[in-house]
Design a binder for this molecule. Structure first.
Ligand code: HEC
Length: 107
């Protein structure tokens, strides 16, 4: 297996254990409404190919650990704020859990 594929697989296997601790999807939804909704479409059934990406599209295309990373350390030269300063790990995982919950919801 290529190193990158191994790494990705490792992240997929590790992430659920980390998230199982205190994920609270409703709390995640509140955080999303408060901090993210002015830019992202945070609703179930959000469009694909939109900019900024809808949370539903993010849920479908990205691994949990990558989502977490992108929230803490967004790409350079993006308008996306850096939340690392004021979202703690528990709240962060709640948002990630909320995003992931959209993957399975019907439109
Ligand atoms: C000021 C507008 C803005 C706010 C507020 C914002 N984002 Fe973003 N976000 C963006 C933009 C724009 C991108 C696309 C990255 C880029 O610029 O290419 C992005 C990208 C992302 C990505 C990576 C998706 C990808 O395909 O790279 C995640 C995950 C994300 N945002 C989550 C969040 C979360 C969670 C919040 C709230 C805590 C949030 N964002 C708040 C503008 C915002």
């Amino acid at each position: 297996m290529k190193p990158l594929a191994t790494l990705a697989l490792g992240l997929v296997l590790l992430a659920p254990a980390a998230m199982a601790q205190e994920a609270d999807i409703l709390e995640g939804r509140k955080i999303a409404e408060e901090y993210c909704a002015r830019c992202h479409d945070i609703e179930p059934g959000g469009k694909f190919k939109s900019y900024p990406p809808s949370f539903r599209a993010i849920a479908v295309y990205m691994d949990p650990e990558i989502i977490r990373m992108k929230i803490m350390q967004p790409d350079h030269n993006t308008i996306m704020p850096k939340y690392a300063m004021f979202i703690n790990q528990t709240r962060l995982w709640n948002v990630v859990e909320y995003i992931l919950s959209l993957e399975t919801l019907e439109e």
